[in-house]
Design a protein around this ligand. Structure first.
Ligand code: ADP
Length: 373
């Protein structure tokens, strides 16, 4: 079943979301990494590619949409009991920051987790989004309860994770991927923001924080779409001025990167819908994990071998790459309790020993064919 067609009480009960085809989360582990900047420029890029797009700022603690985008008309009103979203260059917008409060401030700082999710939920479902191809959701930063509950409530098609390339960033990315994986939402791309500084005179790139996470993403999760955005004054300037770079300078090299990100997202989501070429994995007693490749070939993998090759943060040290899992601690008769595809690139497995963080890229599965006893 296509991801956006998952039965979901939220969509069923929310008239304003009925005609929204895909909800696409933009998420980060920490605040201040450029998540909102990416969300708004991605939304603009999708729109410039001919899609109908909305942008929902779910970051009630620090709603930045009203700063980054300044629509001409900012008065909210309702029609048939739904709030009419604001518009900027054809983009439909909604943020807690657009909602006037008695105190004039956002008031979100004093809200506890459950209230936050309730407010976000009400604003998302109470908005008349109309017919949209993509509703980009700027998620609150972090991977805690609020984010998990939101991911449960909102029927996301896919997620994009934004990070900065400091030493611990790969751990952050993994946390994000695993939060979404728990709820079967595939992470389709990772954006490394402020990845390098480019000298305006000679064009030389200085990777201030060292190499990025691309290689590890491909190896560990099979995610092919990693994009680098440089530290660039125009990006913060246009954000501060309320006219995002994608609108202020659509041919700028960074705008083109956002265009490539939008294209990758559309392609991945399209493939998720048809799932034509994706291998399928299932558990068969007596055979183990059986992978059926698109050409019809079947491959049996011993479950214990697969469990011992888990690459998650609990089984392999993220910093050193040293194994943390003692192979002898895995029972030979272990079996998967759940197997489900992670987007177009990997299979996620829950195990009978209670371990639920395993993600196996298809390349790794293919390489295990000969290792199995
Ligand atoms: P978050 O949503 O993660 O909290 P924001 O998108 O609000 O982060 O960005 C935080 C600040 O950093 C903003 O002032 C923004 O304009 C600036 N910024 C984001 N990305 C870049 C970049 N690549 N180069 C320069 N400034 C950036």
């Amino acid at each position: 079943m296509p991801p956006h067609k998952r039965p979901n009480p939220l969509i069923d009960k929310a008239p304003g979301l009925q005609q929204v085809r895909h909800l696409l989360a933009v998420s980060s582990c920490k605040g201040g990494v450029g998540k909102s900047t990416v969300a708004v420029n991605l939304a603009g890029a999708l729109q410039q590619q001919g899609c109908r797009v909305g942008l929902f700022d779910a970051d009630v603690y620090g709603p930045s949409l009203p700063t980054i985008v300044r629509p001409e008309k900012t008065d909210l009103f309702s029609r048939s009991e739904l709030i009419v979203p604001l518009e900027y260059e054809g983009l439909k917008l909604m943020s807690f920051g657009f909602v006037p409060t008695a105190q004039g401030g956002s008031g979100a700082a004093i809200m506890r987790g459950p209230m936050v999710t309730q407010v976000i939920n009400q604003l998302l479902t109470g908005t008349d989004w109309g017919a949209l191809d993509y509703l980009v959701i700027d998620m609150p930063p972090g991977t805690g309860d609020v984010q998990l509950t939101l991911t449960q409530l909102i029927p996301l098609t896919a997620a994009i994770i934004v990070t900065t390339p400091q030493e611990l960033s790969f751990v952050d990315v993994v946390k994000g991927i695993q939060m979404f994986q728990k709820l079967k939402v595939p992470t389709i791309a990772v954006v490394e923001n402020m990845a390098y500084y480019e000298c305006p005179q000679c064009g030389e790139r200085d990777y201030l924080f060292g190499p990025g996470v691309r290689q590890r993403l491909v190896k560990q999760f099979g995610i092919q779409n990693a994009f680098e955005i440089p530290l660039w004054k125009a990006l913060s300037q246009t954000g501060d001025e309320g006219r995002p770079l994608i609108f202020a300078d659509p041919v700028h090299a960074i705008s083109q990167t956002f265009g490539n990100l939008a294209q990758a997202a559309r392609r991945e989501i399209e493939e998720l819908q048809c799932n034509r070429d994706a291998p399928a994995a299932r558990f068969v007693i007596g055979r183990g994990v059986v992978v059926t490749w698109p050409d019809g070939r079947e491959q049996d993998i011993d479950p214990a071998t697969l469990r011992r090759r888990c690459q998650c943060a609990r089984c392999v040290d993220e910093q050193t790459g040293q194994p943390l899992l003692d192979p002898a601690a895995v029972a030979d008769d272990i079996y998967p309790t759940d197997l489900h595809p992670m987007g177009n690139y990997a299979v996620a497995v829950h195990w009978s020993d209670g371990h639920d963080a395993s993600i196996y890229p298809y390349d790794l599965l293919a390489s295990l064919a000969n290792d199995s006893p």
